[in-house]
Design a protein around this ligand. Sequence first.
Ligand SMILES: *Cc1c(COP(=O)(O)O)cnc(C)c1O
Length: 220
Amino acid sequence: MAHQVGAVVLVDGAQAAAHLEIDVQALDADFYCISSHKMFGPTGTGILFGKKELLEQMPPYMGGGEMIKDVTFAKTTYNDLPYKFEAGTPNIADVVALREAVNFINELGKENIATQEDGLLKHVQDGLSSLAKVKLIGTSEQKVSVQSFVINGIHHFDIGQMLDARGIAVRTGHHCTQPLMERLGLEGTVRASFSVYNTKAEIDILVDSLGKLIRTFYGK
Ligand SMILES: *Cc1c(COP(=O)(O)O)cnc(C)c1O
């Protein structure tokens, strides 16, 4: 629909990169970006894909070494892609590490990662559903392996702190989606995220801990 009205489309694939097959051509994305630290790589690096003809139309946003081909007093010619946009000395070490992260994902195989994570998601959904006071938020058929939830009568921050004390890391709050929280009539949720290195045994500990919290809170 965006393309039909002539808009340029940038897809934010930060959450997809470690979990799903990405085919920028099949998506027909004009730009597609991913963040390295969401896919086992170092912080502060990432990848931006852009269609060549769009990148060629765009002026450089930063000046520095390597982004210029020729300079005279009359005229400046910028370097070819991608150097036009890579002014100055880049963060070489972290980009090498990002490459290793990509290799790690490719060695495991995205399909295997998805299968493993689907299993974890199903397991956590079953476990949380067995607790009467827990309400799952976000239960669509096709989702990556994150599960948000709320517990009737217990604030999400308190749940997060209690889990933290047991060495379980979850995120609490509005997850950068305040309008969605408002639409759902929630102040925030607890969100557990799973990756290839998580296990069903860990999920059992999460569910067990929540069960204990609920029993403590409601006195039975
Ligand atoms: C994490 C995230 C970002 C921000 O990426 P950073 O590299 O942490 O700045 C943007 N969009 C989505 C969907 C994310 O999950």
